[in-house]
Design a protein around this ligand. Structure first.
Ligand SMILES: *Cc1c(COP(=O)(O)O)cnc(C)c1O
Length: 368
């Protein structure tokens, strides 16, 4: 009964906001990992493709194959998997033409032998660790990996990339990351005589460090309508792409002093009407929001969620003057009403990314 309304128009709007910021010369990789941050990878990628995006970033080979075989993309697209592959996964990159993130020589040699066996060329992006501390080799070792890749006829180095640890706060560190990355890139380009696609910027860097745009940028959260942090260099006029709605399943009037939900953490201060909404933490409305006073919207009015959030249902205090009826829709977060994914993130001590990714399969995606 929970619905996640996905506005493909808002997605297009956000894409053009990002383009306006980067300028036309910069390629945009649509980051569509985690089912496009919960929005539906197929419909999101299709819409991005219709608006000129030809590069897509996903978390791993499984997501890449899902996108590739889902047939939402009509033209040949580049799909890069950000994960460092296990050797057992390498054949799938070749079979499906997925671009690989290459982080070490072991994977390079395994990939080369698979490529040689199939007669296909494997396109790779070398990942450089300039300070994120997650994947990739530091610049000097990455240079050796680049040189070793040159010796492998089955491998085509299409790109090199890095990822920023903090692109909204300590820009000094981010600038240092960018400098180290750029000096590696130019050293490689000089010594090999080849041009490679250089990319580094996530949403935060797009907003706060324009010189990191390079050949391509990799926005995720801004496509979906949120800024990556409270403080960013530039603010875009972004629109949330997802709105999550439940329905009023039950209404009752309770006397003052009645307690609501598990562990009786909320007590009615006066006689009031309580609505039970058919949506809970199994739909992605975090249990950590219990007792935080999150606002939901019904018939243009906003009300407070009360008591412990349960797996399938939440309760809302409608007060005494609401005209809400069983069956009415209730907006939990989105573009209408006061509550966005960011509001819920702030209340539950997380980030908008996690609120969006948490919207579960049980919420039907409806596209507008
Ligand atoms: C998730 C991810 C991005 C996008 O990050 P946002 O902050 O959502 O823009 C870019 N690059 C890599 C490697 C990522 O894993």
């Amino acid at each position: 009964m929970t619905e996640a309304i996905v506005s493909l128009q808002h997605l297009q709007h956000n894409l053009s906001e990002i383009r306006r910021k980067t300028g036309e010369g910069v390629r945009i990789m649509g980051v569509v990992k985690a089912n496009a941050y919960g929005h539906d990878v197929h419909r999101v990628s299709e819409t991005l493709e219709q608006n000129g995006v030809t590069d897509f970033g996903v978390a791993n080979i499984q997501e890449a194959i899902e996108l590739q075989t889902g047939r939402a993309l009509k033209k040949p697209a580049s799909i890069l998997a950000f994960a460092s592959p296990l050797s057992s996964q390498i054949p799938f990159y070749l079979k499906h033409g997925i671009e690989m993130t290459l982080c070490n020589k072991e994977t390079l040699f395994a990939a080369e032998s698979h490529a040689a066996a199939t007669g296909k060329k494997l396109r790779v992006h070398i990942k450089v660790d300039t300070g994120m501390g997650r994947l990739g080799l530091p610049p000097a070792a990455a240079m050796e990996l680049l040189r070793a890749s040159e010796q492998c006829p089955g491998i085509e180095v299409k790109g090199i990339y890095t990822h920023f640890a903090d692109s909204s706060g300590d820009m000094e560190f981010t600038r240092r990351q960018l400098r180290d990355f750029l000096s590696l890139a130019s050293e490689y380009e000089h010594s090999s005589g080849k041009q490679v696609l250089r990319h580094a910027a996530n949403s935060g860097a797009i907003l706060s460090l324009p010189e990191a745009n390079l050949d391509m940028v990799r926005p995720g959260i801004t496509l979906y309508g949120y800024h990556p942090a409270k403080e960013t260099g530039t603010r875009l006029s972004l629109k949330p792409v997802m709105q999550v709605e439940g329905k009023i399943a039950f209404l009752k009037t309770v006397p003052s002093g009645s307690t609501i939900s598990y562990c009786r953490t909320w007590r009615a201060p006066a006689t009031t009407t309580i609505a039970t909404i058919a949506a809970g933490y199994a739909d992605g409305y975090p249990r950590a929001l219990s007792g935080k006073g999150a606002r939901v919207t019904a018939n243009g009015q906003s009300f407070s969620q009360v008591g412990t959030i349960t797996m399938d249902q939440i309760m809302v205090d409608l007060g005494t003057s609401s005209t809400a009826q069983v069956g009415d829709r209730v907006i939990l977060f989105g573009w209408e009403g006061p509550t966005t994914a960011e509001t819920l993130a702030d209340l539950s001590n997380t980030i908008s990314y996690e609120i969006l990714c948490a919207v579960s399969r049980r919420a039907d995606r409806i596209f507008r």
